[in-house]
Design a protein. Sequence first.
Length: 235
Amino acid sequence: MVRYRSADGKGVLLVGDSRSLPTIPNRSVAVILTSPLYWIRGRGRQSVSRYAKRLALEYGREWRRVLSSDGDLWIVIGDRHDGREWAGMDGLVADWFRRTGWSLQAKGLWAEHPSRARWDDRVNYLLRFKKAGRRSLPPKTTLCWRLPIPWSPRGSLWDATPPPVVRALLALSAEGTVLDPFFGSGIVGVVAARMGRPWIGVERDLSQVRVAARRLRLTRVRPEQTRSPRTSVPR
């Protein structure tokens, strides 16, 4: 994988698809915090269920491999009205992740206000999973925010999760390296860096890689600078 690195060595951006992360060692990541590409096509619960199944099967299995035994997986996912009814995205995603070896440990909400859309993605769920058999104490505070969509840098294709939400979720999570497998323009990396936490981002869209690299002032690592085919997990 092509990679970029921060000046302090605590941040790494990998160019590729997070369904396959061969350069990240087993159980080396403490937290996965990500907002996958939202379901925007089709109608009805069968279409939404196919999206949730694909997320759990095609991505979730590799995330299980790289996540530590007691690590946290946070999925920020928007719900959507398809013109007839709300999709119920949170329940379908939770169901498919349960089927594939995860347990839902916490649930929160970020409501966009003011909303730029009549229906789509106005409600965003915050789902905390652990590997089946692991548990976490419920948060002492309600995970609920009413916030506008945050500013995004020039060239960003997708809206980002508000920094206060990212910061709060990381503060509740295990210590160690943070992974965002849908890195986009890099908001998780920005917040993790400000908190002094090491991070890894994975992004396959080259335009977003350039935006994130510019935003985080990353330097591309030349092949001869790579000592091993495995990513050195920042600590």
